[in-house]
Design a protein around this ligand. Structure first.
Ligand code: NAD
Ligand code: MG
Length: 398
């Protein structure tokens, strides 16, 4: 019998939480996956270690000085990996002719251009970078459709929904008998924190997620529930669902990763331990199932599952995201940019946790919503929102 050739993969953001989990799955199946390119922002040591283990043809570091360091390490070790630098190099390795699949796992708006390059090149895209869809949903989905890219959601909730929808789902909920999508949320570390204490929570407390180990930005987003807000917008684009078709359900155990409710009363869910290697393995091997290294779910240990409605007063970021989705056009890009700036300022201890939604709301109110016709419209809105957010943060710091 003829062996299927190994899938050639680029991993954008290979040193991050999703990137390292992806390499963990890849390492379990060397006959199925071959790494062509690895990329990171500036983490020389970890990227060098990954180059030694996976022998990619290309390694990209955004930061030039870090790239020079990696280049000499790679040369000394005789690895034969070509080290590139800059945003254009990220786009290049996402679109290489020999690449079959691209894991889009850069955090934030920085992931947009390379992920879009993968879409234009018709690659199979494993989408972890939800910000791409939040910022430029119509531009990205148009590129996916035009090139015939296969788009596999890696965000655990969207991966669960993808699994619970009919195979080959065509973007029409009603025609497929779907009543609504139930998007689960853990509620993060501050679900039960007295409101009076939220003013003074630290970045360390915000990053200590009860169920998932993740990068710092998404950890803060989970604590404010902006992450769920971004995921509502992500679900809108992935599944062609309106704001009213998506119900957020707080489920603190994070065992059910999301559900699809059908008109006949059936509700299909995907369950598993909270470990991103499950959706990553699903995306990598789709439509096959492969070992991901994740332990079997022990329902007796889980024992109880709870569900509550989201508290919009405690988590104003979630309300702001619904508002931006309904406003459409550039509003989600503005929301995303203001959030990135506010989260960075919180992590940098310039503003309090409760100032994050305040900054975002001020920016959303200050900037008029315009139509998104092309990528430039998104980039202009993103830049304006960042400037406005910075000004607002400086005022708060006074
Ligand atoms: P992370 O911070 O752990 O890793 C980010 C990666 O992106 C790193 O490799 C970093 O070097 C790279 N990077 C950062 N800034 C960059 C820049 N300006 N240019 C190029 N590369 C840059 O983040 P993460 O937790 O792995 O999340 C990655 C993405 O996946 C995010 O969009 C997040 O929302 C999404 N996601 C993550 C999880 C999770 O469990 N971690 C779950 C669902 C979705
Ligand atoms: Mg998620």
């Amino acid at each position: 019998m003829q062996q299927t050739p190994a899938q050639q993969i680029t991993i954008l953001g290979s040193t991050g939480s999703i990137g390292t989990s992806t390499l963990d799955v890849v390492a379990r199946h060397p006959e199925k996956f071959k790494v062509v390119a690895l990329t990171a922002n500036s983490q020389v040591e970890l990227l060098f270690k990954q180059c030694r283990q996976f022998r990619p043809r290309y390694a990209v570091l955004l930061d030039e000085a870090s790239a020079a360091q990696l280049r000499s390490l790679v040369r000394e070790a005789g690895l034969g990996t070509e080290v590139l630098t800059g945003v254009t190099a990220l786009e290049q390795v996402a679109a290489l002719p020999e690449v079959d699949a691209v894991m889009a796992a850069i955090v934030g708006a920085a992931g947009l251009r390379p992920t879009l390059a993968a879409a234009h090149a018709g690659k199979k895209i494993l989408l972890a970078n939800k910000e791409t869809l939040v910022m430029a949903g119509n531009v990205f989905m148009d590129a996916v459709r035009a090139s015939g890219s296969a788009l596999l959601p890696i965000d655990s909730e969207h991966n669960a929904i993808f699994q619970a929808l009919p195979r080959g789902y065509d973007g029409n909920l009603a025609a497929n008998g779907v009543r609504r999508i139930l998007l689960t949320a853990s509620g993060g570390p501050f679900r039960n924190t007295p409101l009076s204490e939220l003013m003074s929570v630290t970045p360390e407390q915000a990053c200590a997620h009860p169920n998932w180990v993740m990068g710092r930005k998404i950890s803060v987003d989970s604590a404010s529930m902006m992450n769920k807000g971004l995921e509502v917008i992500e679900a809108h684009w992935l599944f062609n669902a309106g704001a009213d078709d998506i119900q957020v359900v707080v489920h603190p155990q994070s065992v059910i990763h999301s559900l699809v409710e059908y008109v006949d009363g059936s509700v299909l869910a995907q369950l598993g331990n909270p470990d991103m290697r499950t959706p990553i393995a699903y995306g990598l091997a789709y439509p096959e199932r492969i070992d991901s290294g994740v332990a079997a779910l022990d329902l007796f240990k889980v024992a109880t599952m709870n569900f509550v409605a989201p508290d919009f007063a405690r988590f104003p970021c979630l309300a702001l995201a619904y508002q931006a989705l309904r406003a459409a056009g550039t509003a989600p890009a503005v929301l995303n940019a203001a959030n990135e700036v506010a989260v960075a300022a919180f992590l940098d201890k310039q503003i309090s946790f409760l100032s994050i939604p305040r900054v975002i709301e001020t920016v959303l109110d200050a900037l008029p919503v315009s139509v998104v016709g092309c990528l430039d419209d998104v980039l202009v809105a993103d830049a304006e929102a960042r400037c406005t957010a910075q000004r607002q943060i400086q005022q708060l710091a006074k």
